[in-house]
Design a protein around this ligand. Sequence first.
Ligand code: HT7
Ligand code: ZN
Length: 866
Amino acid sequence: PQPIRLADYAPPAFLIDEVRLDFDLAPNTTRVKAKLTVRRNGEHAQPLVLNGERLKPVSVAIDGRVLAEAERTIDAEFLTIPNAPDAFVLETEVEIDPENNKALEGLYMSGGRFCTQCEAEGFRKITWYPDRPDVLSRFTVRIEADRKFRHLLSNGNLIDAGELPGGRHFAVWNDPFPKPCYLFALVGGELDVLEDKLVTMTGRTVDLRIYVDPGMAPRAAYAMDALKRSMKWDEETFGREYDLDLFMIVAVRDFNFGAMENKGLNIFNSSLLLADPATATDMDYERIESVVAHEYFHNWTGDRITCRDWFQLCLKEGLTVFRDQSFSADMRGHAVQRIKDVKALRARQFAEDQGPLAHPVRPSSYLKIDNFYTATIYEKGSEVIRMLKTLIGPEAFRKGMDLYFERWDGHATTVEEFIRCFADVTGRDFEGFFAWYEQAGTPRVSLKQSYDAAARTLELELAQETPPTPGQPTKKPLPIPVTLGLLDGDGRTLAFERDGQAADETLIVLDQASAKVTLTGVDAAPVVSALRGFSSPVELTTDARASDRYVQLAGDADLFNRWEAGQELARALILARAKGAADEVSEERYAEALGRALNDQASDPAFKALLLALPSESDLALAMAPADPAAIHAARDALRLRLSLHLTEDLQRLHIGLQELGEFSPDAASAGRRALRNAALDLLAANPRAETGELADGHYRAAANMTDAMGGLSALMQIGGDLYENALTDFFQRWKAEPLVIDKWFALQARDPDESALGRVMGLTAHPAFDEKNPNRLRALVSTFANFNPARFHDPSGAGYRFLADQILAVDGFNPMTAARLVEPLGGWRRYKPELGALMRKELERIAGTEGLSKNVYELATKALA
Ligand code: HT7
Ligand code: ZN
């Protein structure tokens, strides 16, 4: 297959001003009539070429005249009309089979209801259309169905509805805002609805409706609350008001992704919408809040202003992640949110950058765009916006955003045009900055310090280098914002001067391969706190001593760096042990320091919970070359045991003291206390004494909410034995009617590092509750195993890799998009011990050599091998 290239972009040959769609819904034989008002775009003689896949043609007519077969061609991918007029009405009719659409793209059925997923290229499975984001049209949609499909929904406003003979009914929707077809949505079925209202900043009343499975409406209350807070936040922070009179969200159980921002009708994976204390954890609440916000924020950054082509995906995704992260920070605390965001960035995006699938935030070619909904586009895309804001300051950033909204509303645009808005409001040149979009890889920044006590100066020497990535052997320097402060030996902020200006903190922009910066007026030998708040997505190495890290861990005014200091210390200890050089004295010193941090009354429980969590095994694997997952697992466990022994009393005290007495509340402070209590239990469970088992069992059995139930179960999993097995059985029996909870049951077992886990996971694929056609269930078991159980996935026999490859091949037969998302854990094969890498490679070769493979899996498997 031929890749699509950014350099080949050409404007659409024809534009569609109006679209009228008529759906006659039936599970196996849905009829779709499309009436398109088409006009030639510019002077040319190109044919009209419309995308269309898996469509059963019924008819094609131009201006009311049915075309003869010789006047058009239909193949597996296109409808082509060679001699189309300059302006005309095209009417087509096709038949589709939603019931048998297990790829979950286009129109499909989930739980007996019709629903759609059109981003990126699913609309072509509904009707013939120019399925590209730069064709913006006004849609009117009529849906007709049996009355048992009680709710018939589409984008925009309901303009007509009524009953029809034969037990049928219809609804007509009109969306006044021109949109690309990837934002089209339709839902048909029996649903319950939770309703509310919001008065916007200009006094308009917007109806809010969340549609869910019958009986589930109370579980949508938190999502509704999050939606209202998001709408207000976007008004206050970005001046963005909602534009339709109605905003709807629908929950579906079978969904390839998290959620989708269709105009006025967001569709959500039910796992990211439904929550109550009994069935959802605090982490679920947090995710729901951020994804509801994310999809809502797309109304302006994605829907009103969309992408010219799919290479510009970060224009809507990176920017919208930045907006949702800023919202979450305002809701839940800036430092804690930043730490969580950086943890996710490192775990997913830094790993991507180190592997064969590394690509720039704006890629320049692809085979299947579905494969580019990656951490680089989303998370690094957000980091780039964050750096832009850091570089120009919050006021100029807001001005640039205002200009962007004003200039590009109603259009499909590019990253260049977005950046141009900031150049126009600041008068600055962003040519150098643009490299962040075009250059792949995580820059490595080094920092050396030298203090001259007599002169009271601190000289800082910074350098940057970005390692080569596939297709980009040489790299240029990037403008890297480094926010920096100084501490004295007791951890107090140390003032200094830069260029004669007094400061507590400064921003250094490293835009050359290396640079020197001199700070003056430095009264004592300082501890340097660099890259505060993780001011750019880089790997920083410094010449700081362990003693400097301890000063930071105890009192860095920048909480991100306080946490980071603890992680650096732990990482060094675990890696030393993994390489056979355990330093027990330093391990004790670390435990001691952690104990002091835990007892710091001034700090927030959510922050302490983060301090207690050691770097993940995957994070550690990125820092070990070649990576040895078994050694990392053993070394990490050994440090956990030491911490558990050293801190037993502190941890027990936290476990008792943080017991919840009142009613459950999902707010950040309450969630933080639960997080710390569960983190304390988790660390106690590293020491599998009999009383720890009892403690974990008691915790599980006394749990009054899902956060604590999962905390107890997870601690029992570490301890193993009958208590664990009994709790697992109890959990399944109690929750077997709740799919979202049973997903947790599968995921927990997939994370079990015990030797028996691979056999258990394989056995679970034959469990009656396992359903590979449901992406949530598949991910709960297979993706959790491959991504979050390195000790067992990297079994020296290669059985873990074989298991994953078998699953990928099986799922590729009906859902290529979801199958392709499972390939990544094999992609990092070059980073592992050669004997493991060879086994991983062998499975990739087996996948790539399989006949009839989808383009999705083919692209990732072959890139991983290249
Ligand atoms: N913009 C949405 C992306 C999405 C998607 C992409 C490929 C296949 C299925 C999908 N479902 C949703 C979600 C978002 O980022 O907001
Ligand atoms: Zn998005």
